[in-house]
Design a protein around this ligand. Structure first.
Ligand SMILES: [Zn+2]
Length: 334
């Protein structure tokens, strides 16, 4: 799983421009040789269907990552940008970014007045261009940069960019690899444009109309110095979501997830995220409403160039999902 995550983390795939990460995921899915039916929908969601019966379950993880979109190039070749997804200027300053064609840039800032707050419009991307024309050639207006790829493993801890949400994409691939046959259909969906408002998930849920949905995404932790209070720690197991800004989990789905974890001795935590949300926010509101649950991977420094997760949380998430998906009363108890 570590190698898969390393490949996915380092692949370019900003929201709305997911072609590269989608084709990498297609490769990974094909290599599993699991007779999945693969489809890409109009928005770019990648849907891998495993037929199995009348009932349908949707298992989703978003594949897009946050980015910077070039809005203006000055005469000296410095690029101004607008954020695609949530960015903190304090984290961007000094970060290295990379464009689709491989052009690398670093983030610089204007001089600030005394006690002036650092804002995104004080920042610019420097790709080392000597002129506007030179910059335009590789990074025209509208092009997108993501954090420069790197990936490292230290003990149980994995560090890289876009673990939000390639870690969850990796979990889905591992579930596909390990899950025995079940008597219902599963649509594994790698969604687009989550970071800009849960957009791909909305059309995916609409077309698939599942009886039950599960989302895998990352969540914050409260275990770093002076962190905002939050009862989620790295390495203490997958977090079963209770609530976030756009979603309150279906009580039966949440309880079933907890029951499953306890029954199989899988460590887990309960998550209440006060800021942010996941694809579940749009999926559960589709049609007449869809019973939905979320499994979250505890992650430090979300939306930074170096997010950290614990490998054991990844493995336990796969175990929890595989056990849950084999639960006898999955649909009858809803
Ligand atoms: Zn995110």
């Amino acid at each position: 799983m570590k190698d898969t995550l390393a490949r996915l983390s380092q692949t370019y795939g900003p929201s709305g421009r997911e072609e590269e990460i989608r084709s990498q995921l297609c490769k990974e899915l094909t290599a599993l040789e699991k007779n999945l039916h693969l489809k890409t929908d109009a928005l770019g969601n990648l849907i891998a269907t495993r037929p199995g019966g009348e009932k349908r379950l949707l298992l989703a993880a978003h594949m897009d990552e946050i980015a910077l979109l070039v809005t203006h190039i000055d005469d000296s070749g410095f690029l101004r940008f607008t954020p695609v997804g949530g960015h903190d200027p304090r984290i961007l300053l000094g970060a290295r970014v990379v464009f689709a064609d491989g052009t690398v840039g670093t983030i610089g800032r204007e001089k600030l007045k005394d006690k002036e707050e650092l804002k995104l419009d004080k920042l610019f991307i420097d790709i080392g261009a000597a002129s506007k024309a030179e910059a335009e050639e590789s990074c025209p207006i509208g092009s997108m940069a993501v954090f420069a790829p790197h990936f490292s493993v230290q003990g149980h801890r994995l560090m890289g960019k876009a673990l939000d949400n390639r870690a969850s994409c990796t979990v889905l691939l591992e579930v596909i690899r390990n899950l025995p046959p079940v008597d219902y259909q599963i649509d594994f969906v790698f969604t687009v444009q989550e970071e800009v408002g849960l957009r791909g998930a909305r059309t995916a849920a609409y077309q698939l109309q599942p009886d039950l949905a599960l989302v895998v995404d990352v969540t914050r932790t409260g275990d770093t110095p002076e962190a905002p209070v939050m009862a989620v720690k790295l390495g203490k197991g997958p977090a079963i979501k209770v609530k976030d800004r756009s979603f309150i989990s279906h009580p039966r789905v949440k309880d079933l997830l907890e029951e499953t974890a306890r029954l199989h001795g899988i460590p887990y935590q309960l998550e209440i995220l006060e800021r942010g949300g996941t694809d579940a926010g749009s999926i559960h509101l589709t049609g007449e409403g869809i019973p939905t649950g979320v499994i979250s991977l505890p992650t430090r420094y979300i939306h930074s160039p170096a997010e950290i997760i614990d490998y054991r949380d990844l493995q336990n998430s796969v175990d929890l999902l595989c056990s849950f998906l084999q639960h006898r009363d999955l649909f009858s108890s809803l």
